[in-house]
Design a protein around this ligand. Structure first.
Ligand code: IMP
Length: 176
C-alpha cells in the first residue's frame, strides 16, 4: 500500500489561535486558583504543552496513562490504569486536558476515578469533540473544535502511533 493522503481539517494557525483563546478563558476562570492540569497519555501531550505555555495562571501538571479498551470491555466503558497520577488531588482544582472525546467512555471512567479522590473541583478541556459518536454524556467545560465523525490524526493524535507530531489536524484519505 502506498502512502496515505492527508487532508488538513484544522490548520496550525487555527489551532494556535483557539489554544490561546482557551488558555485566556481558563486563566480567567481559575484566576485565584492553582489548577492541576491532568493530561491523558499519549494523545493529550501536544495540546497540554501548548495550552500551558499560553496560561497566565499558576498551575501544576500531572499525567495518567490508561489502556484503550478492547471491544469486549467497550460496552462497560472500563479502562485499565497503566500509570497513575504522581500526586494526591484531594482538595485540588483538577482540569483534565484531552486530545479528543469520541464515545466519551474513557473520559467518563477517568472522571469517576478522579472524583472519588475528592478534588475541590473537576473540569474537562478537550481540543476536539467528535460529538456524533458520543455514547455517554460527559460534561465538557472547554472545547477547541467540533470535528465530524472521521478518523483524525496530528497534534497528538495518532494512526498506529504515527503522525502525532503534525502541527495540524488532518483526516486520512486511504489510497485506492
Ligand atoms: P473515547 O473513549 O471513545 O471517547 O475515545 C478516547 C480516545 O480514543 C481518545 O483519547 C483517542 O486517543 C482515541 N481516538 C478517538 N477518536 C480518534 C481519532 O479520530 N483519531 C485518533 N484517536 C482517536
Amino acid at each position: 500500500m502506498g502512502p496515505q493522503i492527508k487532508k488538513v481539517l484544522i490548520s496550525e494557525a487555527q489551532i494556535k489561535r483557539r489554544v490561546k483563546e482557551l488558555a485566556e478563558e481558563i486563566s480567567r476562570d481559575y484566576a485565584d486558583r492553582t489548577p492541576t492540569l491532568v493530561s491523558i497519555l499519549k494523545g493529550g501531550i501536544v495540546f497540554l504543552t501548548d495550552l500551558m505555555r499560553d496560561l497566565s495562571v499558576l498551575h501544576e501538571v500531572d499525567f495518567m496513562s490508561v489502556s484503550s479498551y478492547d471491544s469486549a470491555v467497550e460496552t462497560s466503558g472500563v479502562v485499565r490504569i497503566l500509570a497513575d497520577l504522581s500526586r494526591n488531588i484531594e482538595g485540588k482544582d483538577v482540569l483534565i486536558v484531552e486530545d479528543i472525546v469520541d464515545s466519551g467512555l474513557t473520559l467518563d471512567y477517568i472522571r469517576h476515578i478522579l472524583l472519588a479522590r475528592h478534588p475541590r473541583s473537576l473540569k474537562i478541556c478537550t481540543l476536539l469533540d467528535k460529538k456524533a459518536r458520543r455514547r455517554i454524556e460527559v460534561p465538557i467545560d472547554y472545547v477547541g473544535f467540533e470535528v465530524p465523525d472521521e478518523f483524525v490524526i496530528g497534534y497528538g493524535l495518532d494512526y498506529q502511533e504515527k503522525y502525532r507530531n503534525l502541527r495540524y489536524v488532518a483526516v486520512m484519505v486511504p489510497n485506492e
